[in-house]
Design a binder for this molecule. Structure first.
Ligand code: HPA
Length: 274
């Protein structure tokens, strides 16, 4: 196996050949949030399995692809479908696409996810801008020998999510009349959802929402020197004293509602930040 920097460079060379312009923004579309991809003025859709060194899908779920094109006139790369730790990938594999985006010239990463709402003030289909996170996953994407050409050994985490981008997104949501919360995301490994006792603990730790993604990508983005903006869509309410069993159809329906809001907000945010 070649080293990480070589693998990144080979994957980036392959993708570069299919894009008309150098992407400035990277976008990761979470579960049920793929609708936004339809708004991209597309140059190419590249199946993950065609990209050298991209993780190979181990699950039956729909094939993921990298979409290269323009959104609001800004060249960007979007991941339709992401890799999750619970699928069996290492966190180096989960975050490999972020490394490739950086290599291709991306400066700003926008991450989206579906998450469980633990803050009782939140409602289903609410958007939440992630202001900070708690990493509660059992692995770290930066564990192992550090390649100093990719980033520092001990990356700072005082501001994992860019305050200027957060302010821009909040202002855009306000002007567009899109309800938008701001809060703390906690990442768990999954794939099972949490017990009542776990929700109580995660809430007491200071988290507003819980999900099974995003934090590994945000850590690698920080390591790589990208500016990150991240949104959760609240797909189910996780109130320990009023917990209902999850219903995946219901979650996907709520994700679609939140996804419609993101599909309005993100093109505007991309226009504002570019
Ligand atoms: N827990 C973890 N991940 C989730 C949840 C949850 O309740 N809802 C959506 N993703």
């Amino acid at each position: 196996m070649t080293n990480l920097a070589e693998r990144i460079s080979e994957a980036a060379d392959f993708v570069r050949g299919q894009c008309s312009a150098e992407p400035r923004v990277g976008l990761i579309l979470g579960t049920g949030l793929g609708g936004l991809a339809e708004q991209i003025d597309t140059d190419a859709r590249i199946a993950y399995e065609d990209i050298p060194h991209f993780p190979h899908s181990t699950v039956e779920s729909h094939a993921g692809r990298l979409v290269c094109g323009n959104l609001s006139g800004v060249p960007l790369l979007a991941m339709e479908g992401r890799f999750h730790y619970y699928e069996g990938y290492s966190l180096e594999q989960v975050t490999f696409p972020v490394r490739v985006m950086k290599e291709l010239g991306v400066e700003i990463l926008i991450i989206t996810n579906a998450a469980g709402g633990m803050n009782p003030q939140f409602a289903l289909a609410d958007l939440m801008i992630i202001e900070d996170h708690i990493d509660f996953m059992p692995e770290n994407p930066l564990r192992g020998v550090n390649d100093d050409s990719l980033g520092p050994r001990f990356p700072d985490m005082a501001e994992p999510y860019d305050q200027k981008l957060i302010a821009t997104a909040q202002q855009a949501a306000l002007e567009m009349g899109i309800p938008c919360q701001k809060g703390v995301f906690v990442a768990v490994a999954g794939p099972n959802l949490e017990t009542r006792a776990e929700y109580r603990m995660l809430r007491a730790m200071g988290a507003d929402v819980v999900g099974m993604s995003t934090v590994p990508e945000a850590i690698v983005a920080k390591h790589a020197g990208l500016r990150t903006l991240a949104f959760s869509v609240v797909t189910d309410m996780c109130l320990p004293d009023a917990l209902e069993p999850v219903n995946i159809e219901k979650i996907l329906a709520v994700a679609a509602r939140g996804g419609d809001r993101l599909a309005k907000l993100i093109p505007r945010v991309v226009a504002d930040i570019a």
